[in-house]
Design a binder for this molecule. Sequence first.
Ligand code: ZN
Length: 215
Amino acid sequence: MLHTVKAYYFFALLFISCAAKPPRETGNFKPTDLVEIITLDSTIKLDIRYATSNNFVGRPVYQEARAFLQRPAAEALVKINASLRPLGYGLLVFDGYRPWSVTKLFWDITTEENKKFVADPKKGSRHNRGCAVDLSLYELSTGKEVTMTGIYDEMSERSFPDYKGGTAQQRKLRDLLREKMELNGFTVYPYEWWHYDFNGWQQYRISNIQFSEIR
Ligand SMILES: [Zn+2]
């Protein structure tokens, strides 16, 4: 019964978010140029959690397991991935561009105390601008995701990029990812070790197009 109520609640919120309109933005913006990351470098791995039930919502919110970014941000990831290779690691992407309707759904579904982990749809997310990426590292030798200080999308202090707990190896890998990202134009979000904004994100508009519409 509880499951039925939750499903009803989810689909009601999904309907509301799909019908809602993103905020109107005025000013000069660069043209949106979303590119599918793996078309630039097929050794960047994907684990698109939002296309599965393995995410904080507990249900798929994407129809397709794909990841896009504005071209300069995607090109920066290719450079970062190459710089990690000699160290035995590669990039593992959880999410990139996110249609605004999904940000609205996340906001509506999240409790007040956890709202710092999600973006306010009135302002839009940097993911909506194609300038934010959620990612971790994988080991080249095994192809497996490394263990960080906390898990992706965990809503706890273990997600903070300066969290002092965890093992020395976990902190080392988290800090290695951060060093490479910062060297190539990204800034870490202070509450999430996996979330990076591409510098200059303000120059791109909020988008609400679906993955299937991107070409
Ligand atoms: Zn993110």
